[in-house]
Design a binder for this molecule. Structure first.
Ligand SMILES: *[C@@H]1O[C@H](CO)[C@@H](O)[C@H](O)[C@H]1NC(C)=O
Ligand SMILES: *[C@@H]1O[C@H](CO)[C@@H](O)[C@H](O)[C@H]1NC(C)=O
Length: 382
């Protein structure tokens, strides 16, 4: 009897691990290696939250992605924490995604990195990412994993109240609020303050070790590595403002975001790239037309034919992995574009890493010519 009970208990214990088999969002890129993914909350005691309006200190959520050359153990972790997945399932039902889609997805996480090669090249450069208004940072995690795999430390930020949902490790949920056009510049300042605060925290070795748990393999001498900033939509405007205001960032990419704030007047001296979906160019977005002559460093503008605003997120890859891309309502194409999900992800990652390699490593544009040959969807506008 005891034996039967034990067998039953073992059987029951084992079922969930079979039942939770997840669909993996694959890494893309020319050299997809593993990454360690971590997340944590950070509270800025010196700043009260302008959205919360009750004097509480501003708290943000961040995710860290660290490249590893070899990985001894990896785990297919949940793509999203549970409340976020439920929330996004409800939200994206309108786009034709079946209930449970986000809960069914997984991202490969290297839980035990291998020992790096003896002469491994020191600290990888750092990339900061800021996403669209009303959008969780997690909707970009697969993309950021692939960027990290190309040899970068990546940190992404949720800006609470402007993101649709932010789930903290203690279970606290902060839902997005309506932000009017008149409030956008204020929200932009908050985002830049979030990034300035994050960078200050990253100067602490103890925090870096938590966010980038491969840190102890590298000998840090002094400051942080070379840094660039990438943003999508409102995050693209954030990238430009952060580049203008924070002295340690070396270059930036605005993906499909209308420009806002003082950058329109005073421009930028550092390398800056504009990536637009089909028909978003200087000719259709007056803010891009205004800023272009004010960009005095290296600059480039591309337009991606067949792409729509949320093509530059994990969503096309997600619909492709779920086998839904051909079966979604026609309206959804206006949001996610018509390029197959894996290809779209590879396109975005290839152009972003071409930029990062140029600004943070080689100083050469050679990866762009290779990318232009591979992706006929891309038009060099300027
Ligand atoms: C999705 O399923 C959950 C239960 O798993 C349910 O609570 C929720 O209401 C469903 N949402 C929709 C949009 O049907
Ligand atoms: C990934 O693995 C690391 C190391 O075990 C762990 O600390 C981290 O929480 C994991 N990340 C996710 C998203 O599960």
């Amino acid at each position: 009897m005891l034996q039967i009970t034990l067998v039953l208990l073992v059987a029951l214990w084992c079922i969930p691990s079979f039942a939770t088999s997840r669909l993996r969002l694959p890494a893309v890129g020319s050299n997809p290696s593993d990454a360690v993914i971590s997340s944590m909350s950070l509270t800025d005691q010196r700043r009260s939250d302008r959205f919360a309006k009750d004097g509480r200190a501003r708290a943000i959520m961040v995710s860290g992605f660290s490249p590893v050359s070899t990985c001894r153990h990896s785990h297919l972790g949940a793509y999203m924490p549970p409340s976020t997945a439920k929330f996004e399932d409800d939200k994206f039902a309108a786009y034709g995604l079946p209930n449970g889609s986000f809960q069914s997805l997984g991202l490969q996480n290297c839980t035990t990195p291998g020992t790096p090669r003896p002469c491994s090249s020191g600290i990888p450069p750092l990339v900061v990412f800021s996403g669209a208004l009303g959008t969780s940072r997690i909707i970009y995690h697969s993309m950021l994993q692939s960027i990290a795999a190309a040899g970068y430390l990546v940190v992404s930020v949720d800006h609470p109240y402007d993101a649709d949902i932010v789930e903290f490790p203690d279970g606290t949920i902060v839902k997005g609020v309506e932000i009017s056009d008149a409030e956008l510049e204020g929200a932009l300042s908050t985002r830049v303050e979030d990034i300035a605060f994050l960078y200050k925290e990253l100067a602490k070795a103890s925090l870096r070790k938590k966010l980038f748990p491969i840190d102890h393999y590298h000998e840090y001498r002094g400051g942080l590595p070379q840094t660039a900033i990438i943003g999508h939509s409102f995050g693209g405007a954030t990238a430009a403002s952060a580049l203008q205001q924070l002295p340690y960032i070396r270059g930036g990419v605005n993906i499909d975001g209308t420009m806002l704030g003082s950058v329109l007047k005073s421009g930028l001296d550092l390398p800056f790239m504009l990536i637009g979906h089909e028909t978003k160019t200087q000719e259709t977005d007056p803010s891009w037309k205004t800023v272009w002559p004010q960009l005095k460093g290296w600059k480039r503008e591309i337009e991606v034919k067949g792409a729509a605003h949320y093509s530059f997120s994990d969503l096309p890859l997600i619909t492709s992995v779920l086998g839904l891309q051909e079966r979604l309502p026609a309206d959804t194409e206006q949001v996610l574009g018509s390029i197959e999900g894996r290809r779209m992800m590879k396109l975005t990652v290839t152009y972003i890493t071409a930029f990062l390699d140029m600004v943070l490593r080689s100083g050469s544009e050679k990866d762009f010519s290779r990318a232009d040959m591979e992706f006929s969807e891309v038009v060099n506008v300027a």
